[in-house]
Write a new protein. Structure first.
Length: 364
């Protein structure tokens, strides 16, 4: 409330508020980046990244078949073609081998999604992109504070896109930010966000075709307060996720999301798993008051938007299998105390028994 009061008393509530500049600087530093460019939402920041890289009609962009629709929709919005590739069966992230197989002369970029807070396999995707001279973008909408070998999500490629939509671990209701260590990219992206102006230039001087994607000083104030408490919340979610995973290790047929060795911090936006008889499990666990979602109803290419074409679909058997057997718990389920977390684990064990099904381990 104090930060909101300061914004109101400053008389500058809009996108050129000093609080917006402060938030961009502090979030950039948090993600180990020299630059942050805020915008209205994470969909817009993905579009900004693609536009800044001159991705457009005739180009292809490789995206995972499992993500929120923004990952692919941003590609379509700039006139390029999303190419859907399969995911790894336990990380839920893009399979680098499938990405490599999908590259054509038209491929311009890869968008790596850090699904649920687990970092995509950047040790393989970074050299793959470099080998083929492709732009690599991180869709880090789930990964505020996640780390790979000590480097934070958003700093592992040319640009990272974050969301502050209502469900995220940091939120102002809506909002987004691009992070980068490339000064030229940052200046072009900022101009696109602020109606073609140049940083430090006059209000009525417009040098490029842009739009008004600015956030407000009030949103920035809310996000500054949320950024301050994010490390402690991530630490709490991590402790509870580790406890929950230990408590569930012996549940027959349950396979929780694999966290690769190079990942040394996780936002735990989602706790993901796969289990046979998923629908029965879901009904039983929610009946005990545990918030649980039975995954997406279809891969991205199953949306009516992409059923009409304007995309390329590679074989995605893992993504299609996950539609039937995967689930997630939201990050709020990991913010309780130890006793509450053990109660969640007990409810999930009971739900697995209540399915009255002899569950085999999910085939991977």
């Amino acid at each position: 409330m104090e930060l909101l009061r300061q914004v109101l008393e400053s008389g500058r509530w809009g996108g050129h508020s000093d609080f917006v500049k402060r938030f961009e600087r502090e979030f950039g530093e948090f993600t180990h980046c020299a630059h942050g460019i805020s915008a209205m939402n994470g969909t817009v920041t993905l579009e900004m990244a693609l536009c800044t890289m001159d991705v457009g009609p005739g180009d292809e962009v490789i995206v995972p078949a499992i993500s929120f629709v923004s990952t692919a929709m941003a590609v379509s919005r700039v006139g390029a073609t999303p190419v859907f590739v399969d995911i790894d069966p336990l990380s839920f992230n893009m399979d680098p081998e499938r990405a490599a197989a999908a590259i054509t002369p038209r491929t311009k970029a890869i968008i790596a999604v850090h699904f649920g807070g687990a970092i995509a396999d950047m040790d393989r995707l970074i050299p793959l992109a470099a080998e083929h001279s492709l732009a690599l973008i991180e869709d880090a909408a789930h990964a505020h504070g996640s780390e790979w070998n000590g480097r934070r999500a958003g700093s592992l490629s040319l640009a990272g896109s974050f969301s502050f939509q209502n469900s995220k671990v940091m939120t102002a209701g809506e909002g987004g930010i691009l992070t980068t260590n490339d000064a030229g990219f940052a200046e072009r992206a900022w101009s696109l966000m602020d109606q073609g102006r140049k940083p430090g230039g006059g209000w009525f001087h417009h040098y490029a075709l842009g739009s008004n994607y600015r956030i407000t000083g009030l949103q920035a104030a809310v996000l500054l307060a949320q950024l301050e408490r994010l490390p402690a919340q991530n630490a709490r979610r991590t402790r509870n996720a580790e406890l929950l995973r230990a408590e569930l290790a012996a549940v027959p047929g349950l396979a929780l999301q694999a966290i690769p060795a190079p990942q040394n911090a996780n936002s735990w936006y989602l706790l993901l798993g796969r289990i046979a008889a998923r629908d029965e499990f879901h009904r039983a666990v929610t009946a005990q008051g545990v918030p649980c979602t039975p995954f997406y109803p279809h891969p991205l290419y199953g949306n009516p938007l992409y059923q009409r074409g304007n995309c390329r679909v590679e074989p995605c058997p893992v993504a299609e299998a996950c539609i039937a057997d995967a689930f997630w718990l939201p990050h709020r389920a990991l913010l309780g105390d130890e006793e509450t977390t053990r109660e969640v684990a007990a409810a999930m064990r009971e739900a697995s028994r209540a399915t009255r099904t002899t569950m085999e381990v999910v085939p991977i």
